[in-house]
Design a protein around this ligand. Structure first.
Ligand SMILES: N[C@@H](CCC(=O)N[C@@H](CS)C(=O)NCC(=O)O)C(=O)O
Length: 347
């Protein structure tokens, strides 16, 4: 099984509860089987067989939601959306009628973990792929999952799907994603869950240095690698879109707000306004989850009313840089009705 996270702690270390008494370490995904075209791990790509379980609050899960939309996998791979607030049994389907996921028939994602491995002592995390016929968890390997959507699920892509992991650019995409993961995607968590000043500062410095470097990189190019959208953009976007709403205040990542950086703000708005990105974002779920679940760093559970989100829909002018968002492909169609983000979560 591939190790998905080079900086990983042992399985079972629960990332979002890792504040308070010990340094923040992100856990390695314990279930790392892959769903592939040839089914070599026992899980062949197939329409209507698997269910993607996500939280709209979670940046790692949001990667999968965006990639599924851009690639047009909605008809082949159904999606379950958890309550943004976990209880002591973790992610639950309390937004669904009778508190049960209508396809899997379960109340807690942990039931799929138990079906796969009885007595699994580790944390339950999203994103997760569950095998519908057996009810078993297949994978919670957030690093590999979207790469497999791009490269293994191709038979089920919509026509006009973009190539999000083009072979010619893979080395560069991997390099950019590794830096973004370490300093940005995970950097905000290391700052937010730091348990002493040194630990906080050692995340804060590299985070903002990396954001400065990314802003330089994006000054004259529309996307991170090549002239089309790739997996690298998806991974940076999921952190940027949460930046002012939660990371700036709740995680103390406050050298500047995203909206104060002209390049990164325009880049993030451009992606937000691209079909498949902003139409998956629920700011209500994001804010509820971070401010109410992480009681170690926000003991009152008060959810701030700001920031003003209307700026997300203002002009970004990034089209002046050129670029071909979908390469030789086309944008995805509208969001399926059942998956529309409610008005409460939109700018
Ligand atoms: N699967 C990975 C990353 C995904 C992840 O951390 N997801 C978070 C939500 S953003 C999660 O589900 N954490 C477990 C929890 O909050 O109970 C892991 O185990 O660390």
């Amino acid at each position: 099984m591939p190790a998905s996270d080079p900086a990983a702690a042992p399985p079972g270390d629960d990332p979002n509860r890792a504040y308070g008494h010990r340094p923040f370490r992100r856990s390695r995904s314990h279930f790392a089987d892959r769903v592939t075209a040839d089914g070599r791990d026992g899980w062949p790509v197939a329409a209507d067989r698997y269910r993607l379980v996500i939280s709209r609050a979670c940046p790692w899960a949001s990667r999968a939601v965006i990639s599924r939309r851009l690639l047009g996998l909605e008809d082949a791979l159904s999606m379950a959306i958890t309550d943004p607030l976990q209880d002591d049994r973790s992610w639950r389907f309390s937004l669904d009628p009778n508190g049960r996921d209508p396809v899997l028939g379960i109340r807690f994602l942990s039931e799929a973990y138990d079906a796969r491995e009885a007595g699994y002592p580790g944390g339950v995390s999203v994103p997760a792929i569950v095998d519908v016929p057996s009810g078993q968890l297949v994978t919670n390997d957030f690093q590999q999952l979207t790469l497999d959507f791009a490269t293994e699920w191709t038979a089920l892509h919509r026509s006009g799907a973009p190539d999000l992991y083009p072979e010619a650019h893979r080395a560069e995409i991997d390099e950019v994603m590794a830096d973004v993961y370490q300093d940005v995607n995970n950097g905000v968590y290391r700052a937010g869950f730091a348990t002493d000043q040194d630990e906080y500062e050692s995340a804060f410095g590299p985070l903002f240095q990396r954001l400065d470097q990314l802003a330089d990189r994006l000054t004259e190019r529309r996307y991170l690698v090549g002239d089309t959208l790739t997996e690298a953009d998806i991974r940076l976007f999921t952190t940027l879109v949460r930046f002012d709403a939660v990371y700036h205040g709740h995680f103390k990542c406050n050298r500047f707000k995203l909206a104060e950086d002209p390049v990164l703000w325009a880049y993030a708005k451009d992606l937000f306004q691209t079909p498949g990105f902003g139409d998956t974002v629920d700011f209500h779920h994001i804010k509820q989850h971070y401010y109410r679940v992480h009681t170690g760093i926000n003991p009152t559970g008060i959810v701030p009313l700001g920031p003003d989100l209307s700026g997300w829909l203002t002009p970004h002018h990034r089209e002046e840089l050129g670029g071909r968002p979908f390469g030789d492909g086309t944008p995805p169609g509208p969001v399926p009705r059942s998956e529309e983000v409610p008005p409460s979560g939109r700018p």
